[in-house]
Design a protein around this ligand. Sequence first.
Ligand code: GRF
Length: 188
Amino acid sequence: MSKNIAIFASGSGSNAERIVEYFSGSEEINVKLFLCNNPEAGVIQRAERLNIPLVMFNRQAFKSGEVVKILQENQIDWVILAGFLWLVPQNMVEAFPNKIINIHPALLPKFGGKGMYGHFVHETVVANKETESGITIHYVNENYDEGAIIFQASYPVLPSDTPEDVAKKGQVLEHKHFPEVIEKVILG
Ligand code: GRF
């Protein structure tokens, strides 16, 4: 039986697209659904282009458990957060214990927590004159960026790097590693 995954995204969705590409020929892992909380998000066009069913939801549906119901109705086995910005509610963590995976654009526990996302992370890395940064793939619990770490990869930050440069280096690593790590975790 193949495993169904749902991908949550709030933004551009380039990681979501990479994951779809990576598993497009797979008989073991099936990207069944995209879920999005942001009507402006680029991932909406990607879903259409990739022909992946998309569910839009609001805070109320997320908190009340309606979103969990949708996941269960779609027989989702694993939840992937790829640039998803809301805190996952307790009801979802309980419904998918150790089955929710997030990617964070820094080397946790550095530069994590509420408000530490996207360009804020990379701006802080540059402002702090860090000499390296990286990506973290981790399980999700009910606190921002605190679940057990599954995988990290790092890259050098040069004194001349702008936050945009840092973001680009991170994105290359995310696209390279995220699908492979998902595959390893799910298939064991
Ligand atoms: C990634 O850098 C991810 O780590 C972060 O948000 C970004 C999402 O990019 N949390 P995209 O929407 O997949 O292009």
